[in-house]
Design a protein around this ligand. Structure first.
Ligand SMILES: *Cc1c(COP(=O)(O)O)cnc(C)c1O
Length: 388
C-alpha cells in the first residue's frame, strides 16, 4: 500500500525501524495491549532520558497531557492563561476546556517564540498561568519566564510538542522548574508513537492527579488490578476523569523510538547545517539559531521569503509541490482562525510579528529519513524557484 506519489518528497515522514515493528508484534502476542508493562517502561525510560528526579506520565496525545496539566494546577472558568498566537490550536483549545480565557501574545522575531517582554503587560489579577511553546524545537528562555512567574505567583506549563530533545543555556527542556512539560509523539513529531504524549513534572501532586485523571478518575490503574498480583476487582472513582491513557501498542513504538531520538536529532541537525550554508545566499531569512552549546531539536526548519520576489509565499509552495516537494506553514496564527478571532476579538494588527512571519514563511522538509540527495533536491528546487 503506497501512500505517496512516486518520487514525491513529503513534508514529513516517521522513521520506523524493524525494532518498533518487532516490539509491536511482541506486544500484540503478549495478551496485554492497553496500558500496562510497556507504558510503564516507556515512562521509566523517559524519566531516565531526561536525567531522573521527575515523573513521566504517558498519555494518548500531547493535547491530553496539556489538558491534564491545566486540570492538575486547578485552572477554572474565567481564569486567564497567557500563551503565544504563533502555535497550533491545541495549545489554546485546552484552556477553553475549562471555560478559561486564552490571552495571546505576539512572538519575538529573533526566536519566533513568545515575546517575553510582552507577557508582563498582559498579566492581570485573573492570570493563573503562562504556557510557552518551544517553537520548531528552539527552546524558550524558561528562566526568564520563571522569574515573571515567581514575581506574579503564576504557574508555568510548557508546550514542548516540538522540543525533544532541546536545551536552553545547558538545561534540557523537561528539566526546568516549571509545573509541567508536555511532549508530543504525533506522527510527524521528532519521535512518534502514532498518537501519544508525555507529561513530565517534578511535582508529585501534579503527577498523581494526572495519573488518576488520565483514566476515568480511578484511584488504581487497570494494570495493577488485572495482572493477578492482587484479587484486583476494587477501585474507587474520586473525580470525573478522562480517557487519556497510552496503550502498550503505542508505548512499544515509543520505547524503541526513544533509544534513537538523539540520533534522529543529529540527522536533522545535519540537514539544518546543510540548509544553513547552502541557502544563506538566497533572498530568504534563515530560522533563528540556538545559543552556542545548546540543542535545537530541529522539528521545523522555517524560512522567510524576502518581499518583492517574483513569487509570493503561496506560489512558492505551489511550485515546490510541482517540483515534487511537500512544504508546510507554521503556523496559521490563532488570531487568523475564525473561532479565535470571532470569540475573543483577536486581530492581526495586535500581532504584527506573528502576522508578518505567517505571511512570508515556509517550512521545508527536515526529518531523519531524508537522504543527503533529497536535502540537495530541496535546495535545488528552492534555488530554481527563487533565483533562476
Ligand atoms: C502537535 C502539537 C500539539 C498537539 O500534539 P498532539 O500529540 O497531536 O496532541 C500541541 N502543541 C503544538 C505546538 C504542536 O505542534
Amino acid at each position: 500500500m503506497s501512500t505517496f506519489k512516486d518520487n514525491f518528497l513529503p513534508f514529513a515522514l516517521p522513521e520506523i525501524g524493524e525494532e518498533e515493528i518487532a516490539d509491536v508484534v511482541d506486544c500484540l502476542r503478549s495478551g496485554w495491549i492497553t496500558t500496562g508493562p510497556r507504558a510503564k517502561k516507556f515512562e521509566d525510560d523517559f524519566t531516565s532520558f531526561l536525567g531522573g528526579s521527575l515523573e513521566s506520565v504517558a498519555v494518548n496525545s500531547a493535547t491530553a497531557g496539556l489538558h491534564l496539566a491545566l486540570e492538575a494546577i486547578g485552572i477554572k472558568s474565567g481564569d486567564e492563561v497567557i500563551t503565544t498566537t504563533h502555535t497550533f490550536t491545541a495549545t489554546a483549545e485546552v484552556i477553553r476546556y475549562f471555560g478559561a480565557i486564552p490571552v495571546l501574545v505576539d512572538i519575538d522575531r529573533s526566536t519566533l517564540n513568545i515575546d517575553i517582554d510582552s507577557i508582563e503587560k498582559k498579566i492581570t489579577s485573573k492570570t493563573k498561568a503562562i504556557m510557552p511553546v518551544h517553537f520548531g524545537g528552539l527552546a524558550v528562555d524558561i528562566p526568564a519566564i520563571m522569574s515573571l512567574a515567581k514575581k506574579y505567583n503564576l504557574r508555568v506549563i510548557e508546550d514542548a510538542a516540538h522540543a525533544l530533545p532541546a536545551s536552553f543555556n545547558g538545561t534540557t527542556v523537561g528539566s526546568f522548574q516549571t509545573d509541567a512539560t508536555i511532549f508530543s509523539f504525533y506522527a510527524n513529531k521528532t519521535m512518534t508513537t502514532g498518537e501519544g504524549g508525555m507529561l513530565v513534572t517534578r511535582d508529585q501532586k501534579i503527577a498523581e492527579r494526572a495519573r488518576v485523571m488520565r483514566l476515568h478518575g480511578m484511584d488504581r490503574n487497570v494494570f495493577d488490578r488485572f495482572t493477578g498480583k492482587t484479587p484486583g476487582w476494587y477501585y474507587e472513582v474520586i473525580a470525573p476523569g478522562y480517557k487519556y491513557n497510552m496503550t502498550d501498542i503505542a508505548a512499544a513504538i515509543g520505547i524503541q523510538q526513544l533509544k534513537r531520538v538523539k540520533i534522529f536529532q543529529q540527522k536533522r541537525a545535519q540537514i539544518a547545517e546543510t540548509y544553513n550554508s547552502l541557502l544563506s545566499d538566497l533572498p530568504v531569512t534563515l530560522p533563528p539559531m540556538p545559543l552556542p552549546g545548546d540543542t535545537h531539536s530541529w522539528h521545523l526548519y522555517v524560512i522567510q521569503l524576502d518581499s518583492n520576489l517574483k513569487v509570493d509565499r503561496n506560489q512558492f509552495i505551489e511550485k515546490m509541490f510541482e517540483s515534487g516537494i511537500g512544504c508546510g506553514v507554521h503556523y496559521i496564527p490563532l488570531h487568523e482562525h475564525p473561532y479565535w478571532n470571532k470569540v475573543f476579538g483577536f486581530q492581526k494588527e495586535m500581532f504584527p510579528v506573528s502576522q508578518d512571519i505567517y505571511e512570508s514563511s515556509v517550512s521545508i522538509p527536515i526529518y531523519s529519513k531524508m537522504s543527503e540527495d533529497q536535502t540537495h533536491q530541496v535546495i535545488h528546487s528552492i534555488k530554481s524557484i527563487l533565483v533562476d
